[in-house]
Write a protein that binds this ligand. Sequence first.
Ligand code: BGC
Length: 720
Amino acid sequence: MKHPEIEKRIKELMSEMTLEEKVGQLHQAGGSLVGAFDLTLEEILTMVADGRMTEEEGHNMLSEARRDWHEDDLRAGRIGSYIGVLSAEEMNRLQHIAVEETRLGIPLINGVDVIHGFRTITPIPLAESCAWDMELWQRTARMSAEEATAAGVHMTFSPMVDVSKDPRWGRIAESAGEDAMLNGLYGEAKVRGYQSDDLTRHDAMAACVKHFAAYGAAEGGRDYNRVDMSPQRFEEEYLPSYERAVKAGARAVMPAFNDLSGVPCSVNKKLLTDILRKRWGFDGMTISDANAIAECINHGIAADRRDAARQALNAGMNMDMTSGCFLDHVKELVEAGEVSMDTLDEAVSNILRLKFELGLFDDPYRSNAEEEKAAMLKPEYRALAREAAQKSMVLLKNSGLLPLKEGVRIGLAGAMASNGDEMCGTWAGAVQPGDCKSIRDGMDEERIGYAMITEEPLPDCDVFVCAIGERKAESGEAASRASLELTEADIALLKRLKESGKPVVTVVFAGRPLCLGPAVEYADAVLMAWHPGTEAGPAILDLLFGRVNPSAKLTASFPAATGQCPTLYYDHIRTGRPAGKFKYTSKYLDAPVEPLFPFGFGLSYTSYRYSEISATQTGNGIHAEITVQNTGDRAGDEIVQCYFRDPAAQRVRPVRKLAAFEKVTLQPGEIKRVAFDIPETALGYYDQDMNFVIDDGLIEIHIGGNVRDTLLADVDYRNA
Ligand code: BGC
């Protein structure tokens, strides 16, 4: 929301600015690497990823390298923002140049990818979404902001709220999974946590909602690829999560790399102006994705960098992340009348507004080296990371083996058992080697005895704990996969352990849903640990030994075979021939059509019974209730899910759609009545002519502990 005092100051400042100074504000610069080696950053990262260099070697090389922050450009007023300054001292040094050595003293804004923690790492977003817990999401975001701002960060390129229905896409790791509402709620909680209720606080950072829009629908699950979909689907399934996060007050938005039905998001006026500003009333800043403006040439819609700059600025892009197209060409575009001064002024004022809102003009130096040091990895942060990890890991199978008894003799196996650095997952740039704890570290810390399994023969033990799955570099950006199967080495290990006759617990690490058929076949218990962050090992042990009862539920379906992608997701559209025994139905010859584990699925050490479902129409929606009883002998948190289905609509609708959920704590034997109010708008959709409609007639309400196991109540709905 605009503040009159800030608007006045923006106006005054802009009246002083030259055309060149305005253009300078639009440019976000990165630091070029300078060091005593001949490799580029990309080459180092590739060598680490393919094993030619160890992680530690790569890390050392990068930390030894200096960054060239192009200070001459900064002094000349040609830089408005940096990406990736990772220390308070460095940020203060650069800020001093901006404030004291440029003509107008306009402060810099420093944007960094703080995705799931800065130094203390919480589970990857896909994992944390499995907690279905807004309060937790907000608290972990607050912690991220406290650490990151102490290191000189003013804005995070988060939350990502791209609905991700295809696990081949590596960036599903950064999302809240395949449901629109969950992504929206996740984004809202993160925005609140990062920004707090007062952006001028030293520990508040601006949130940048990304990637606007529908990046998660990249064709084939391949990164940076096209997105093409009906306007109805876009409005119903993809747009709502961005809207929710923007309306929660996010002060920045990042358009996506992809094209949307033929128009790259970076130059998409419909998105950046019509929807974002006019429809939603957004008055914050837009910032391109890295180099994305220049990439409009590769998309084949811009003749050259000048043309790309013209299209992006005219569409509603404000800041150019690192491509330099704005810096190089906006002056001449304005002089040639191809971009109006009003358009430029609008972009500049959106950028200055954020700087004023953050309080950077009055208070540009927000931290120092000492404060930074004291802010990192505090014991209470480690405790929160552990809690978040406990609440994010999904128990997928348990044939009675878990929880383990204290004193049990463990054989610890698998490539992921002892490498703490692999636990943080994608996007954890400020983490130092040794920060994160593996299962083995956790056992050492607690003095739990174990034998490491490396080669034959297998040692004498009571149970095997086998840690398998993806390394951190195998998910995230530019890490799409054509196969979601476990590796041959992992499968062979599981088989060998199974053949010993001893019980096996498999702990799976990954940034995405994988095909876990062999894990289910060869192990007695399977815990999906994802990439759980700093306190991975201790949190896993808390769950394995039953000190904490697992409660997380999947927010993305787990495939039985890779070929089920991209139609795997729970809210798929109905077909005229749903899969059945008859040959000519919608299925595969060589794989099941159902996922191995459905959306919303997750076990616990207790059991729940659902009964007495009811649903009635209220003045403005549907009220539904169900009774849930804890029928086991341990307290637990159950995530109760309420879905609906419209069996006779004007357009084909999903088989099920999540409408509401509630996480309830139940003591052994305890019974609770859980109630949901589904607003009428949640039942609506777009008809063929793009009118938003809500039907009269039957609505089915399905409530249960996952999308497959639900009770049903019917409502004869009359549109209010
Ligand atoms: C990613 C963004 C990220 C940006 C800056 C891009 O490659 O798509 O999500 O914020 O880099 O690091």
